[in-house]
Design a protein around this ligand. Sequence first.
Ligand code: SAH
Length: 213
Amino acid sequence: MKDTFKHKGLRQQLVNVLIDKGIKDEAVLKAIGNIPRHLFMDSGFLDHAYQDKAFPIAADQTISQPYTVAFQTELLQVKKESKILEIGTGSGYQAAVLCELGAKVYSIERQQELFKKTSKFLPKLGYRPKKLIFGDGYKGLKEEAPFDGIIVTAGAPFVPKPLLSQLKVGGRLVIPVGDDVQVMTLFIRKGPKEFEKHEFGDFRFVPLLEDKN
Ligand code: SAH
């Protein structure tokens, strides 16, 4: 599969849609403009890759809608060399966005099929996360903590405590919280036991599932 001028053109249109919807962060828009999203999707959905929609990937999961990826990434305020943990690697698209921004990326996936597929796929496109982990994201990644940012890309029924405790002071957790509908929530760690909470409206994600292993 290749990236072509046609794909690049469609991608620029997608970036314009995201700008119209209110995404402002130039680095995030540039990352989305660079990443061949069509290569992250099953071949049956190739024609739709640059629509602002979520689509199925393997193991009954979805690649998030580009607007949602952009919105969450903007809230995370990623800088070059930021240490970022993602929960829910899925297709690897969000991880690729974080790599484009120069972050040191750690990402956890609980579906083995997706973990294997994405571990092989990302380096082929030149994206090299620090670590992809097969495991349960509810626990975070204690051995690599603390993080500048943690992004959860599945709907969390509650906020897992380990994710808050694995943030640096000044660090940010971006997490959609809720059962059927999720409220996009940002926590900023202000001190060892102090967190600021901000809410940003409703989104819909596949659920963050309890560990099945
Ligand atoms: N960030 C992904 C979106 C994937 S959808 C992308 O860009 O494509 C959410 C993902 O979270 C799914 O792959 C699902 O298997 C995974 N997931 C669900 N519960 C999890 C858990 N407890 N730990 C880690 N990953 C989980």
